[in-house]
Design a protein. Sequence first.
Length: 269
Amino acid sequence: MLLSVIGAAVFGYQYWRHRHDPPVAQRPVVQSVLQGPVSSATPSAAQPTPEASSSLPPPATPTPPPASLLIQTVPFTIQAPFEKWDPAHEEYCEAAFVYMVGQYLSGDRRGRLPPAEADAALGRIVAWERASYPGVINLPLTAMAQVGSQFYKLDAQIQPVSFEAIKQSLASGLPVIVPVMTHGGPGGSRIYPTYGKDNVYHTLVLVGYDIAQGVVYANDPGLREGLSLRYSWSTLSTAIGAQSQTRSDSAGKVPSEQGPVMMVFHPRR
């Protein structure tokens, strides 16, 4: 009799629990929290699944530069704005390229700069050059980078010159400065017919190119017709090489050991 009572009680309890316990899906999950000691270590980062990785976009392919372009909005001045080619203005070409590019990167789009304004600006730049680099007439691009920083708060990148590097810079909207010898063409020829009889160190602002024709366009401050002037790249590259092989003289008229280089100014960030 006692066993019957106990058995009935056990059956009743199990029946009652089955009726009143919530289904498994509704029970609070506490087992994983309560089991085992609590660790203070930082959990490892979840690894991406293969599906997530394959859904990432592929890296962007750099856009090639166009076959030709011309930045027509780089302001222009000759280095002797009033066309008074005295000994002082004959050495103003470096100041002229800083002025043209500096004005452009400051938002100036006036085309030809007024002579009075240009002459005053070039005079200020040259005065700073002479005070900062006494005895040096023509400054290398490394020194001209400091001039751009002083007057326009620009940073400069100087690198080996190549047609490809020129294209990439111009396609980004940044003019390129190159040093040349005016009679540095093939066989010692003038790089442009209207240059004078003397072979001198000079600098140009490249503002465009045409791949198919093998030409570059330059703002040449040494010539009154120098706005967007067309140059054969083969001639100009030879003149850049000639510049790199010309040694400085006692008057400092040619920068020494500069090499075949180019310079690009960037607005300071």
